[in-house]
Design a protein around this ligand. Structure first.
Ligand SMILES: C[S@@+](CC[C@H](N)C(=O)[O-])C[C@H]1O[C@@H](n2cnc3c(N)ncnc32)[C@H](O)[C@@H]1O
Length: 368
């Protein structure tokens, strides 16, 4: 069975429940807290969650929790934990420290003592870097003198699947796009359409979901450098996942009026390596006349995307949905409630989160 780790899937606040549902599908019961889901698991679960979760930002291992009120105490505490599992001589590590309502509050000084404690344990000087994505990151949170030290098993954030090489004007994070598709209830049983597809993130995530392709299949993770890492076990987890990739019969379509964005979407689709019925076309609200469809989209905000008449764009979108489909399930992401109302569709806000510093609502509804 092996060691059981205390783990934490960091998710965007507002989407924790979607991550918890994804964990459940992997057979893992977690506890939703603000900013993520706590769960327990083995090294295999660390591999599986990093590989499969579509909406999490990172998987952290909670290595240490203790109270310390002096630097001496801090060093003494830190050196008791098995840092040799995660830290290697030539592996750059980045520390991120935050402190609130605690005796020890000077984050640089805390960082120095933690490095000292680690050094006393591993018997070499760790290679500290400021670069986040370079190697291992250690996240230290101090609250009311209680230290929680976590190691980031993912490395680069999980939304970085590796396929997005080009972007349009306001690209959506892959994790958000995946959450939107998951929240639409689409099961590959009807076409999925994004009429404002930009660089294609929503259609590509939909194709990955429909084909059951794990989002992390072609990227690297920090755990691959750990001492306890088993290449054999990792390969078997990936092989098992690769074997469950299935055919997706539904057509997945992305449209955008901007030629450059459509080109970016096509390039990104190529790098995603997903084999699905995925198409992108330069068109604004095309004539489709399909019986049933799932419309999952992220219309322009008017904040980063230039638009003369946003309200009119939302209203045209609403008319397009009503005139093209007998049955449509709609999920849209927008910071502007009054524009969402301008669609004339009955849409309900199901959650909200921050998208690049902008508060956006996730709206869902259906016609008829
Ligand atoms: C917020 S961006 C979508 C970003 C996309 N989800 C991504 O990940 O790259 C909105 C997109 O709507 C497109 N757009 C704006 N008005 C449009 C219209 N009338 N018809 C079609 N596309 C339009 C813009 O070109 C832009 O790419």
């Amino acid at each position: 069975m092996g060691t059981v780790f205390k783990l934490f899937a960091v998710s965007p606040p507002g989407l924790e429940y979607v991550t918890a549902r994804e964990l459940k599908e992997l057979g893992i019961e977690g506890k939703v807290v603000k900013g993520g889901v706590e769960f327990k698991g083995t090294i295999k679960d660390i591999y599986r969650t990093n590989l499969h979760l579509r909406t999490a930002n990172r998987i952290l291992v909670r290595v240490a929790t203790f109270k310390a009120k002096s630097f001496k105490e801090l060093v003494e505490r830190v050196k008791r934990y098995p840092w040799e599992i995660y830290i290697q001589k030539d592996l750059p590590i980045k520390l991120r420290v935050t402190s609130r309502k605690s005796k020890l509050y000077h984050t640089k000084a805390i960082e120095e003592r933690i490095v000292k404690g680690i050094m006393e344990r591993v018997k070499f000087e760790p290679l500290i870097t400021e670069e986040e994505d370079l190697g291992e990151s250690i996240i230290v949170r101090v609250e009311r003198d209680r230290f929680t030290i976590s190691v980031n098993s993912s490395g680069a954030m999980l939304h970085k699947r590796g396929y997005r090489r080009e972007t349009g004007d306001a690209p959506l994070r892959e994790t958000f796009a995946a959450a939107m598709v998951l929240e639409s209830g689409w099961m590959g049983n009807a076409p999925l359409i994004d009429p404002f597809c930009g660089s294609g993130t929503i259609p590509i995530e939909a194709a990955l979901i429909c084909t059951n392709t794990p989002p992390g299949l072609y990227r690297e993770f920090a755990f691959e450098k750990w001492r306890i890492h088993s290449e054999e076990l990792w390969q078997s987890v990936k092989d098992e996942a690769a074997q469950s990739i299935k055919e997706c019969r539904a057509s997945i379509m992305g449209f955008d009026k901007d030629r450059r964005s459509i080109k970016a979407a096509q390039i990104n689709a190529f790098f995603s390596r997903v084999k699905a019925n995925l198409s992108f076309e330069v068109k604004s609200f095309p004539e489709l006349n399909t019986e049933k469809a799932y419309i999952v989209t992220n219309p322009p905000y008017g904040i980063r995307v230039e638009a003369d008449n946003l309200k009119e764009i939302y209203a045209s979108f609403g008319r397009w949905v009503k005139s093209n489909f007998k049955e449509a399930h709609v999920v849209i992401l927008s910071p502007l409630k009054r524009y969402v109302e301008a669609t004339g569709l009955r849409l309900e806000r199901i959650t909200s989160f921050s998208n690049g510093g902008i508060r956006v609502g996730l709206y869902r509804g259906a016609i008829p």
